[in-house]
Design a protein around this ligand. Structure first.
Ligand SMILES: Cc1cc2nc3c(=O)[nH]c(=O)nc-3n(C[C@H](O)[C@H](O)[C@H](O)COP(=O)(O)OP(=O)(O)OC[C@H]3O[C@@H](n4cnc5c(N)ncnc54)[C@H](O)[C@@H]3O)c2cc1C
Length: 376
């Protein structure tokens, strides 16, 4: 029987980052992912430049894959009031998850990470070892990392607190060809009960990804109706939807998105990425947090495997402290910002303040982002 050093559940950016960090010639790492690569994901695909040192460490050059440099931001309200061209403090880039996750997967395979494509249905811990079950197989390991994303069948299996709470958010995304979209701009557009982000990814495509409340969405009956009747009340989105051409057969969507705080450890399983906590998408920092969190956790697991951390309890405590120190503030700021921007009594005042004092917006952006990731 193979005993893996670490099994990682979920091969999004967080799980792949943990795998790339963990793999050495002397250990065996298994990543279990339910979907094959490449695949599209509901995501705005704007990524903060803070991750560039880490991607460099993983030997992944996103610009070689066609990533688009993004240096400025714009915001518009449903009324049409807008600010444009505020410089992003650190800047970022646009690349699809189709390309980014594939590039990370290929690197992990080349490094010797073992992959199985199956859905994990249960995890148990006995006699100091984990048993991880998929539909047909059982795998054994010393450690398990849960990187299963924002909401998974596994969260129900673990009976995690957030899974029982009612959530009100739906996410929808498609790529478009749009003449005259400025590649250096990421823009946020508010509408009744939600907002849409526009930014460019490789291949001259514009990503349009929006988050909206379930109530507003279901009242419209369909994505097409929603875009026409609700989102298009914002003149910027109206003009985008009228002039852009969708390149997907149809938009992709996810429901029941939860922003509730989550536990970082359950039954000795250590969570990273969205499985540990999802930042509001308008902050555009979830991918960076996933990549960074996977790296931090991967490193700590290496310390445990080489004996520098002497127990699973010490590993869990150290990880919890480090995660909170690194990400808690960002999540809080994201919650506050989302509440302000979705409150129509406040958002107009907020926008006027950002217009008058662009440095205020830059300050807010800084508080929801991290510094360039320091590689030890
Ligand atoms: C509407 C919206 C827009 C967003 N826009 C942006 C943005 O512009 N910029 C940004 O930085 N962030 C954005 N985010 C956040 C970002 O998408 C996430 O933070 C990021 O995807 C987290 O990566 P992850 O690896 O934790 O999860 P995921 O990328 O979701 O990966 C989880 C993986 O686990 C797999 N999985 C789940 N359950 C199982 C199982 N039981 N067995 C096996 N595999 C399993 C899934 O197939 C999946 O591949 C946005 C989020 C939303 C909802």
């Amino acid at each position: 029987m193979t005993i893996y050093d670490v099994i990682i559940i979920g091969g999004g950016v967080a799980g792949l980052s943990a795998a790339l960090t963990l793999k050495t010639p002397n250990n065996n790492i298994l990543l279990l992912e339910k979907q094959h690569y490449p695949r599209h994901k509901v995501c705005g695909e704007y990524i903060s430049n803070e991750v560039l040192p880490l991607l460099d460490y993983f030997e992944i050059d996103v610009f070689e894959k066609g990533a688009v440099a993004i240096s400025r931001m714009g915001i518009s309200l449903k009324s049409g009031k807008a600010i444009q061209n505020v410089d992003l403090p650190l800047g970022g880039f646009g690349i699809s998850r189709y390309s980014l996750d594939l590039a990370m997967y290929e690197k992990a395979v080349a490094k010797g990470v073992h992959f199985e494509f199956d859905t994990v249905t249960a995890v148990s811990f006995e006699n100091n070892l984990f048993s991880v079950n998929s539909g047909t197989k059982t795998f054994t390991s010393k450690l398990v990392i849960g990187a299963q994303g924002k909401r998974s069948n596994l969260d129900k299996h673990f009976n995690r607190d957030f899974i029982t709470q009612k959530t009100e958010w739906i996410g929808i995304k498609a790529h478009y060809t749009a003449k005259n979209y400025d590649p250096s701009l990421v823009s946020l557009h508010h509408f009744e009960g939600g907002y849409a982000g526009l930014s460019m990814v490789e291949g001259n495509k514009v990503n349009c990804c929006y988050l909206c409340s379930t109530n507003n969405f279901t009242a419209s009956g369909s994505i097409a109706n929603f875009q026409e009747k609700v989102a298009a009340q914002n003149p910027y989105l109206d003009s985008f939807f009228k002039s852009a051409e969708m390149v997907f057969d149809k938009p992709i969507s996810i429901a029941q998105i939860s922003f509730a705080p989550k536990d970082l450890v359950y039954n000795k399983i250590l969570f990273c990425g969205d499985a540990a906590g999802l930042i509001h998408p308008l902050c555009g920092n979830g991918i960076a947090m996933g990549l960074h969190g996977g790296y931090l956790l991967g490193n700590l697991c290496l310390y445990y495997l080489n004996g520098s951390i002497d127990s699973q309890e010490a590993l869990a405590n150290t990880y919890t402290q480090l995660w909170k120190k690194t990400f808690s503030k960002r999540l809080q700021e994201g919650r506050r910002l989302q509440n302000l921007l979705l409150n129509k009594n406040i958002n107009s005042v907020l926008l006027e303040s950002f217009k008058t004092f662009p440095t205020l917006l830059q300050k807010v952006i800084k508080r929801t982002h991290g510094k360039p990731i320091f590689i030890t």
